[in-house]
Structure formats: structure tokens, C-alpha cells
Design a protein around this ligand. Structure first.
Ligand SMILES: Cc1ncc(COP(=O)(O)O)c(C=O)c1O
Length: 434
């Protein structure tokens, strides 16, 4: 395996720690190998660090870089559209064009608002759901991630599998100190993919439940697909009890298909959230929904605001990203490449006698070291050998292949078959070292 140095990153991290809390600006960035790394630039499927290392990038900056880094169409659109103004505290034409485009391609879209990121768009959706239904709580599912803010930052970590307790009423723990204890009263956590339990809970508590929020695929843990009929079941439960069905498409949006998971699974939520891939790395997200829900914002019954919302560069970035995706239709290729990579990793692991689970739809998937042949819910993911996974990720990184630390891989529209073959070859070598 090739020699690699992280010396310049290590020096910069020491400097950063003196002025940036922990040296990083998002908690997840702390946990790179061998420590937080500093990058100089990204181009296509590659990203480069301050030590001159070139990595084949399967993190895609946690998902946003669906067109790869520094896509020329995106960059020139931003430059062109921002040079005569960056934001106006007022409206601009491309904002309408972007909204029209999203309303055309996202099946459930009738009205929308732009925000900055997934976390705040999720909170906007809760506000709409509470206002419209007059109810207080929402149901969310074990292992799903909906941002870092208080009422969704419970149940993201557990000291152990046992500490989760009874699966029908999971124990939940705050992700960090400082999370308001009262925020725990805003939601109920249930295991995912258990429609009978969801139905039972709703039949008993529907008068309190404003919304059910779910990722369409449990991308943040195990890359678990919805059980047959589960999303459809949520739809009919929400219809029956007049609660909002909120689909969190922050990862799946523009990744499973142009119209997101709702198009892929043919499911119609009341409200959905898009972020990450929408802006190719620029801070833009959208809360998108049926008119009957979004009209509360229209009528200012629900307030949604933000100085930085729909700034010129972010809107230009999103329009350009969508136009490239529309023209190139990379989806068949992304599924094909993802599946090729998944199969290659399975074979390479088997040859090295490593028990792995590689699971996901293709454009994103996870690799875990486990005896399980499938992860069906969050609790299954505890069987994963985290120490071995960390060794694997470190070995890949030392061989210049970058993967998200929890074993998640993202495929972009610009990855090539040769790059996928290369990643399989390197993984085969790394598996033998574990
Ligand atoms: C499914 C999902 N929802 C919401 C969020 C929060 O989005 P953001 O990090 O843009 O605030 C994330 C972030 O990873 C996510 O994966």
C-alpha cells in the first residue's frame, strides 16, 4: 500500500484548534482518518488535501456533490448570476424559475419555500404540521436523522443495544448536553418498518400526533429500504387521522431519481424536505408540499423567514445542478455503478474471509462488518463491528479512497467504471489486512 502523509493537516489542525472549537465547524468532521483533514480543492470525483494527497471521493461532502466537485456548469451559473448582486432582501426572477422547476419535477410539490439547510427545513415542516392540525407531537423512527436541533437530537446515540430497552417503546438519550429536556415531549420514537405498531400507536394517540416524519430509506443507519407497503401505510394512516406525512428527502432527493424517493417509490407525502444534492455544495434547501399545508405559510399563519434564504448564488447553483441532472439523466448509470461496486466489495470481502453486509439501493449504500445477512432495523446495525469498520475506512483512506466514517458510500454522476474497479481492487487489498 502506498505511503501517505497527513503532516500538513496535523499542523493546521493544531492551529485551527486555537480559534475554532475542536478545529472543525461540524461535529462529524472531527472523525476523519487519522484526524480532521484540510483540503485544498475538489475536481470531479477527486478531492485533494494540503499534503498533496489525491483521493477518490465517495463521501461527496456527505452527499451534496452529486455532480462531483467544481462542476463547470454550476460554477459558471453562480458566477454569472451573482456578479450583479448577491442578495436583495427581496425577490428575484431565478427564484421563481427554480420553484417552477421543482414543482414540475417533484410529484407532491404545489407550493414551496427555500431555506438554508435540511435541519431548518425540517423544523419549518413541524411548525406547519402543528399549526394545521392543532396537535403537538410528531412520530419519528429509531435510527433516522433529521438534523441536529433539539427535538430531533434524541435517540441518535445509545450506550448499547441493551440500553435501547423494549423495542415497542425505545429508550432515548439526548445527543449532547444542553438539549432542552422539554423537547423530549414533542415526539414519540418508534422502530421503523413496523406498520402494525405504528397503526396501534396512532389509533391510541392520534389526537396528539401532528405529523409522522420518516426518511424514505433509512440512509443514516444501515441504508435500509422501506418494507413492502410501509410508506403506503404511513400515507393511509396520516389520511385517516389527519396528520401530516413528512418525507425527509435530504439524502434521497435528486439522488434516487430527479423527483426523489417519492417518485422512485410512487408515494405522495404532504410535505417533503430537500437539501444536500439540491445545491451542489451551496446552502439551499426546500420545504415542498401540498397547497393545503403550505398555504399556512402563504397566509402568514405560519411564519418562515431567513435573511440568507434563496440568495442569488444558491439559487443559481440549484438551477444549474437540476439542469445538468435533467439533461444527463445519470440515474441508470449511478444505479449500475453503485451495484457494480456493491457486488465487487461483497466478492472481495468473501475472498478475504471477511463477513460483510453491503446494502442499499446503489446510488448510496453501506458496508458493515457483521454476521447479519441484512439490516432490517436500527437495532440490527448494533451488530456491526465498529472497530473493524474504522480500520477498513482508515486502510482505504491511506490508499486514497475516501468513504464516510460510518461506512456510507455515495455515487456521483461523474464516477467512472474504472474508478469503481479501482475502489474494488483497493478494498480487496485492505480486506486482507484486517
Ligand atoms: C435525512 C436527513 N435529514 C436532515 C438532515 C439535516 O440536514 P442539514 O445537515 O443540511 O441540516 C440530514 C443531514 O445529514 C439528513 O441526512
Amino acid at each position: 500500500m502506498s505511503e501517505i502523509s497527513y503532516a500538513n493537516s496535523a499542523l493546521l489542525l493544531e492551529r485551527a484548534k486555537k480559534v475554532i472549537a475542536g478545529g472543525v465547524c461540524s461535529e462529524f468532521r472531527k472523525y476523519n482518518h487519522p484526524h480532521a483533514i484540510f483540503y485544498t480543492h475538489g475536481q470531479g470525483s477527486k478531492i485533494y488535501d494540503v499534503d498533496g494527497n489525491e483521493y477518490l471521493d465517495f463521501t461527496l461532502s456527505q452527499g451534496p456533490m452529486i455532480l462531483g466537485h467544481s462542476h463547470p456548469t454550476v460554477l459558471s451559473a453562480i458566477e454569472e448570476y451573482s456578479k450583479h448582486g448577491q442578495m436583495f432582501a427581496g425577490q428575484h426572477i431565478k427564484e421563481i424559475e427554480l420553484a417552477e422547476k421543482l414543482n414540475e419535477i417533484i410529484p407532491s410539490a404545489e407550493l414551496l419555500r427555500f431555506c438554508l439547510d435540511g435541519s431548518e427545513a425540517v423544523q419549518t415542516a413541524f411548525r406547519v404540521a402543528r399549526a394545521k392540525t392543532g396537535k403537538k407531537k410528531f412520530i419519528r423512527f429509531e435510527g433516522h436523522y433529521h438534523g441536529w436541533l433539539d427535538n430531533v437530537a434524541w435517540g441518535l446515540s445509545s450506550p448499547s443495544l441493551e440500553a435501547l430497552g423494549d423495542r415497542t417503546s425505545p429508550n432515548i438519550y439526548p445527543w449532547s448536553q444542553g438539549i432542552s429536556a422539554e423537547s423530549k415531549d414533542e415526539f414519540i420514537v418508534l422502530p421503523w418498518n413496523d406498520l402494525a405498531l405504528l397503526e396501534k400507536t396512532m389509533s391510541e394517540m392520534h389526537h396528539e400526533i401532528a405529523a409522522i416524519i420518516t426518511e424514505p430509506i433509512m440512509c443514516n443507519n444501515g441504508c435500509i429500504l422501506p418494507a413492502q407497503g410501509f410508506l403506503e401505510g404511513i400515507r393511509s394512516i396520516c389520511d385517516k387521522y389527519k396528520s401530516a406525512f413528512i418525507l425527509d428527502e435530504v439524502i434521497t432527493g435528486f439522488r434516487l431519481s430527479l423527483g426523489g424517493a417519492q417518485q422512485y417509490f410512487n408515494i405522495v407525502p404532504d410535505i417533503s424536505i430537500f437539501a444536500k444534492a439540491l445545491g451542489s455544495g451551496y446552502p439551499i434547501s426546500a420545504i415542498v408540499g401540498k397547497r393545503e399545508w403550505m398555504s399556512l405559510i402563504e397566509e402568514s399563519k405560519v411564519i418562515h423567514a431567513g435573511t440568507m434564504n434563496s440568495s442569488n448564488p444558491t439559487v443559481a447553483a440549484a438551477l444549474a445542478t437540476i439542469s445538468v441532472l435533467e439533461q444527463e439523466q445519470p440515474y441508470e448509470r449511478m444505479f449500475m455503478l453503485g451495484n457494480k461496486l456493491m457486488n465487487g466489495l461483497r466478492k472481495a470481502a468473501a475472498i478475504a474471509n471477511q463477513k460483510v453486509l453491503v446494502q442499499g439501493p446503489g446510488p448510496m449504500f453501506i458496508l458493515a462488518f457483521t454476521e447479519h445477512t441484512a439490516f432490517n432495523d436500527y437495532r440490527d446495525t448494533f451488530s456491526g463491528d465498529k472497530a473493524k469498520l474504522a480500520k477498513f475506512i482508515a486502510g482505504m483512506h491511506n490508499s486514497k479512497i475516501r468513504i464516510i466514517g460510518r461506512g456510507l458510500w455515495y455515487i456521483s454522476a461523474v464516477h467512472t467504471e474504472e474508478e469503481v474497479d479501482h475502489a474494488i481492487k483497493i478494498a480487496a487489498e485492505v480486506f486482507l489486512t484486517l
